[in-house]
Design a protein around this ligand. Structure first.
Ligand code: HEM
Length: 155
């Protein structure tokens, strides 16, 4: 039963990671160049920004909650040694940076003085920091593979 629970948690963690990083790569490589072409209505850019922002927020929450369960499960195994804990600490720090970047974006969406924002400005903010989170996400993906390798080596 515990194995099934951990399987579901690992699956949710992986899907959330793929959705965030994969969505970011799609935006970076495909959507942003397309939105920069002439004739794309601002409403399309705004819609993409809002929807992608929602997906990222859901992914981030899923990663934090499922990540905490995975940390607990892994660190209670004897196979988790000091190198494993060190790589995990780096991974959590980089993930924290990703969460910080998206929380900044969400804060900026509401101006402090309550003044109305330009629609294009709001869309640009919504999609801001995507490049950095994608780069960090790709590194974090690699570290997750290293973690798996380290654990399997000690089994
Ligand atoms: C609070 C943040 C996070 C924590 C505490 C966390 C923790 C973990 C742990 C403990 C594992 C298991 C590693 C192993 O096999 O021993 C794992 C796997 C993984 N993590 Fe995270 N993680 C976090 C955020 C992220 C982020 C932001 C991403 C990607 C952008 C990510 C992607 C992955 C992937 C792809 C796996 C492999 C899943 C699998 O084997 O199916 N994680 N994570």
């Amino acid at each position: 039963m515990a194995d099934v629970f951990l399987l579901i948690v690992r699956w949710a963690h992986a899907i959330a990671a793929v959705a965030w990083v994969g969505g970011g790569i799609f935006y970076w490589v495909v959507l942003r160049p397309a939105l920069r072409t002439e004739g794309v209505p601002p409403a399309v850019a705004r819609f993409a920004g809002t929807e992608f922002g929602g997906l990222v927020a859901l992914s981030a929450w899923t990663l934090v909650i499922t990540g905490a369960v995975l940390v607990f499960a892994r660190l209670s195994e004897p196979a988790a040694d000091v190198p494993y804990a060190a790589v995990l600490a780096v991974k959590i720090a980089l993930s924290g940076w990703m969460f910080f970047l998206i929380s900044g974006r969400r804060r900026r969406r509401t101006p402090p003085d309550g003044a109305p924002r330009g629609r294009l400005r709001a869309a640009a903010d919504a999609l801001g920091h995507v490049n950095m989170t994608v780069v960090l996400g790709i590194v974090v993906f690699g570290l997750s593979d290293v973690l798996r390798l380290l654990i399997e080596r000690n089994l």
